[in-house]
Design a protein around this ligand. Structure first.
Ligand code: DGJ
Length: 542
């Protein structure tokens, strides 16, 4: 008996060590694709650092406690090419090592952002030895031949230099982090995009523009024609939907065609870097996009990045990239997230607003509940003024306590997320939303009848619903009121019981039983607008 127990104990230790050593990966779960860390599905409750913070260990030392106070479990931090390879071939990983050490001490995971050839279109993070040698490392040029501070993606020398540095980084991570798995994903480059014209006009680019479109790209587009982005299909169709020809012949010589051509060039360059990096250490990798203001044409925004209308080009061109991600600074969060939550592309928002945006926490609830997001992360998170009081911390702590239940239900019909959509101009649509769960319809409204209209910040209201059993739900968030109906027959739905409470180590700890005025005498469940909370609700039919 004693021997059997010892064997079981030893097995448990082996299993847990193996799990801890399992490399992070993306795994399908129902309709969702989830990030698995240490063998368990993981929700990134993240925050991205301001661009320069991680360049100084001393500066970061002031910041770590703020990140803890905000309830983050993951920090998105840049790794700067200019600082890891100050001289060609001489690598210095001291900043990376310090970041790993501090992250571990603060029980944070890291997503590393490779600021290599491009950061917000530009090549400002290339080391001095690259910047100063424009003959060896050629630049993109405008139509009039002016060099831009943008490395051309058509130069094998540029690609080779970036790839060597990235591989050195991934090799180093494999050496120092494979046991710990502190780093769980890597972003390759940052907000790639061509500007101020839709395409590069350097000699290398002109030659590529005049070359045939790869046959493999066209046949893959043709095979998936039903699901192609309408804009890509329109460009192809407008030019006769040919299967052979130059870029201008197939997609047009206009800015739209030029953007498609550039997207392919960027995607191929990124693919070469990501594939080589994964060979060294196979973490999940993604690219992020600067989004487009309405009415802007290619060249007027950072063009050719991993944008929804170019998703097919990016996915065919860069198969080693696991997903495309939006950086959402515009108010129409719901619209942009829906554009990135397409099959096979898990939603991750590496930059969700500037730090402290009032609507950020509600957006996190919406993304995890409605679109099976794997992560959410406001930008410049360390600059939140009062991290101990900020609603983001309150929201993240609640989401962390619900994470196992959320992850179990993502990709199924047992989860939903709600927030009032806002359009690009900032107009909010507070129309109630509803969702059917088996025999019940839940109607969610965002205007709280008990809070004076002029004191409402409805843009910050939102939440998620988790179905625990046929008649039992968890409702979490703030500023929402939920009423219930049945979907069939004459029967009506009522609240048998509603309790506030919290999850501690996976166990429900009930607080007050809510009834009377708190449920409007059994008519609704209300999550007040002043703080994030969760209620456990049992319905019945009569
Ligand atoms: C988007 C970029 O990806 C970030 O690195 C940062 O520059 C922000 N914009 C600033 O708003």
């Amino acid at each position: 008996m004693r021997l059997a127990l010892a064997c079981v104990a030893a097995l448990c230790v082996i299993i847990s060590v193996c799990r801890a050593a399992e490399i992070p990966r993306l795994v399908d779960h129902g309709r969702a694709r989830q990030l698995v860390v240490d063998g368990e599905p993981f929700l990134i409750l993240g925050g991205e650092l301001g661009n320069s913070s991680a360049s100084s260990v001393a500066y970061m030392d002031e910041i770590w406690p703020r990140l803890d106070a905000l309830g983050l479990n993951t920090v998105l931090a840049p790794v700067y090419w200019e600082l890891i390879e100050p001289e060609e071939g001489r690598f210095d990983f001291s900043l990376v090592d310090a970041l790993l050490k501090r992250a571990r001490a603060h029980d944070q995971r890291l997503v590393l952002l490779w600021f290599g050839s491009w950061k917000n279109s530009m090549s400002s993070y290339a080391p001095g030895w690259v910047k100063r040698d424009a003959n060896r490392f050629p630049r993109a040029e405008t139509r009039d031949g002016t060099r831009q501070e943008i490395l051309t993606p058509f130069s094998p020398a540029n690609l080779d230099a970036d790839r060597k540095a990235f591989v050195a980084l991934m090799t180093h991570l494999a050496e120092v982090d494979a046991k710990h798995r502190t780093v769980i994903m890597v972003q390759v480059e940052n907000e790639i995009g061509m500007i101020p014209e839709a395409r590069d006009h350097s000699a290398l680019a002109d030659a590529a523009f005049g070359a045939p479109v790869p046959a493999a790209l066209l046949s893959t587009l043709a095979d998936g024609a039903d699901a192609l982005s309408p804009a890509l299909m329109a460009a192809w169709t407008a030019n006769g939907r040919r299967m052979e020809g130059t870029w201008a012949e197939i997609f047009g010589a206009d800015a739209r065609g030029e953007e498609i051509f550039m997207a392919w060039a960027f995607a191929r360059y990124v693919e070469a870097i990501a594939a080589a990096g994964k060979q060294a250490y196979g973490l999940p990798m993604y690219v992020n996009a600067a989004l487009i203001r309405p009415g802007r044409k290619p060249g007027e925004y950072p063009s050719a990045g991993p944008l929804p209308h170019l998703k097919d080009i990016w996915r065919i061109g860069a198969p080693s990239i696991d997903f495309l991600a939006p950086d959402i600074y515009f108010p129409n969060f719901v619209e942009w997230t829906k554009a990135y939550a397409f099959p096979g592309n898990p939603l991750f928002i590496p930059e969700a607003h500037h730090a402290g945006a009032a609507e950020a926490p509600a957006n996190a609830f919406f993304a995890f509940g409605a679109l099976d997001a794997i992560g959410f992360s406001p930008f410049s998170v360390e600059s939140i003024e009062s991290p101990n009081e900020d609603p983001l911390g309150e929201a993240y702590r609640l989401l962390a306590s619900l994470a196992p239940l959320i992850l179990e239900r993502q990709g199924t019909d047992d989860i939903a997320g709600f927030r009032p959509p806002v359009d690009y101009a900032g107009a909010l649509d507070a129309t109630p939303q509803s969702r059917v769960f088996g025999p019940f319809r839940l109607n969610v409204s965002f205007v709280d009848p008990w809070t004076p209209e002029n004191a409402q910040t409805v843009a910050a209201h939102g939440g998620l619903v988790l179905r625990l059993a046929e008649e039992e739900f968890l409702i979490a968030g703030k500023g929402i009121v939920v009423t219930f109906e049945t979907t069939a027959g004459e029967a009506r739905a009522g609240i048998e019981s509603a309790s506030e409470g919290r999850f501690e180590a996976g166990r429900w700890v009930p607080g007050r039983r809510l009834n009377g005025d708190q449920t409007h005498q059994g008519r609704h469940v209300r999550l007040p607008p002043d703080a994030f909370s969760v209620q456990r609700v049992r319905l019945y039919r009569y």
